[in-house]
Write a protein that binds this ligand. Structure first.
Ligand code: PLP
Length: 465
């Protein structure tokens, strides 16, 4: 028989492939016997495979360092982890084992840094990059961190006004970075990213506010292409513009030392994923080197802030198919035992694709399906139309005792934060205070506080700090 699910995968992709294999008819993930975990804990079930985190960091460091060595590039490479991708303490523990620096994106993130230092997991000399649009509280916490001896904390200014708080509150020298806003891809809803300072204003801003101010040392220029690092004219164009700006700035700002190219390194979201990490990293290093040579400025240190790349491939989530519904001749629904909307919010919110594989029944015939989540929401589904690939899974035959188990893989970045797992929030932005407003017998308004704003202690406890 050649229409088994196994044959479909075998003929369409290279299989088995890195991280995925079949053992006795059951799928394994990084050699983890998923059947064993399902039998022990039942579904729905989330898995984090911790060693993958170190693997990813080591690979990127190796590739950058090799490209640097091969081309005779004079700057160094720094791997920074952007905490917002996954803030859990067990993730940070792994990341710090591999000597990554950290990037923060909100006020509570600074509290997280404090906890890490208190637990002796980082030293005060650690490089901490503070990114994002910063409300006053975040700015003040950054200033206090620097004053408490975290001398390598670098706030990356998102706008020109941000400097005022550091000017007022930081004792002594304050190292800073500037984020330059990128132009979005032509098909996007707006032209220029809201994040960062527009390219055309950066030099004047430096001259007016920083050059003659002994408080500030501009150390880093940062940019981030939200659609990710891809071998496309658009990406190379944005990188070239940022490096040109770096070179122009460097000529008038001798203490400028680093370019930070942000996150966006892709991860495997299908078994057919092809991305040549070695080639891309080599090209990035070469482009920076060539531009610097042409402009006759020394090559900068290169920082990256890989989030998805660091943690994405460590995560998986397993469900049981608890029923099937043939809603018309061509639409078969597999109903699972949890919600896709709440466990994989990016699948719903931005049509994000994940690797989807059955855990068992690989020798059954395959069939085209839609996957339905348990909520009553019409949008709680995963299918080929929204998620770009034909969705085939094994048929469920009558009389089979074991349910079909399916897994979404490489789900380790952002899904917990965006879905609010246990009460956490994306970028650790707290839930606002909640006021109940009512009317009394005379029709007058009354109000009472239902719950105050979420505190950082509440959030950090959920995260294991
Ligand atoms: C400033 C900055 N750095 C890094 C990242 C991480 O991006 P990714 O998870 O794509 O690596 C983001 C994501 O939004 C970001 O805004």
């Amino acid at each position: 028989m050649t229409n088994r699910y196994f044959d479909l995968i075998d003929q369409t992709f290279y299989f088995p492939q890195e991280g995925f294999d079949i053992d006795n008819g059951y799928l394994t993930f990084n050699k983890i016997p998923l059947k064993y975990l399902i039998e022990k804990y039942g579904t729905p079930l989330k898995i984090t495979y911790l060693p993958q985190i170190g693997f990813q960091i080591k690979r990127a460091k190796n590739l950058f360092n090799r490209a640097i060595k091969a081309s005779g590039y004079s700057g160094k490479y720094h791997y920074c982890y952007c905490t917002k991708s996954n803030h859990f303490s067990y993730v940070l523990d792994e990341i710090l084992k591999h000597n990554a620096h950290l990037e923060t994106s909100s006020s509570f993130d600074i509290d997280l840094i404090r906890r890490l230092e208190k637990a002796k997991k980082i030293k005060k000399k650690e490089i901490i990059l503070c990114n994002g649009f910063k409300p006053r509280e975040y700015q003040e916490k950054i200033a206090a961190l620097i004053n408490d001896g975290f001398k390598n904390t670098i706030p990356i200014c998102d706008n020109m006004e941000e400097l005022d708080v550091y000017e007022e509150q930081v004792n002594g020298i304050c190292k800073i970075g500037l984020r330059v806003a990128t132009e979005e891809e032509p098909n996007f809803g707006f032209y220029t990213s809201r994040l960062g300072i527009r390219n055309a204003s950066v030099i004047d801003f430096y001259k007016e506010k920083i050059a003659d101010n002994p408080k500030f040392q501009l150390k880093m220029l940062h940019f981030f292409v939200d659609t990710g690092i891809r071998d496309k004219t658009y990406y190379w164009g944005e990188l070239r513009k940022a490096v040109k700006l770096y070179c122009d700035l460097k000529k008038i700002c001798p203490e400028l030392k680093a370019i930070n190219i942000g996150g966006g390194m892709p991860i495997r979201n299908s078994l057919g994923f092809e991305f040549d990490y070695k080639y891309m990293i080599k090209e990035i290093v070469n482009l920076i080197q060539q531009s610097c040579e042409e402009a006759e400025v020394p090559e900068p240190d290169i920082f990256t802030e890989f989030g998805s790349y660091t943690v994405g491939e460590s995560g998986a989530i397993l469900y049981s198919v608890i029923g099937q519904k043939q809603q018309n001749d061509s639409e078969l629904w597999y109903m699972i035992d949890n919600s896709l909307m709440t466990t994989l919010p990016d699948a719903w919110g931005i049509g994000q694709r994940f690797i989807l594989l059955p855990v068992n029944k690989w020798n059954n015939e395959y069939t085209r399906v839609n996957i339905g989540g348990l909520t009553c929401d019409n949008s709680d589904y995963y299918n080929s139309e929204a998620h770009e690939n034909q969705l085939f899974l094994p048929k469920i035959n009558e009389g089979e005792e074991e349910p079909l188990y399916i897994g979404f893989f490489h789900t380790g970045a952002y899904q917990d934060a965006i879905s609010g797992y246990g009460g956490i929030k994306h970028c650790l932005i707290p839930s606002p205070k909640h006021i109940l407003v009512d009317r009394d017998e005379k029709g007058g308004l009354t109000e009472r506080l239902y719950k105050g704003e979420q505190t950082s202690d509440e959030m950090l406890k959920i995260l294991g700090y």
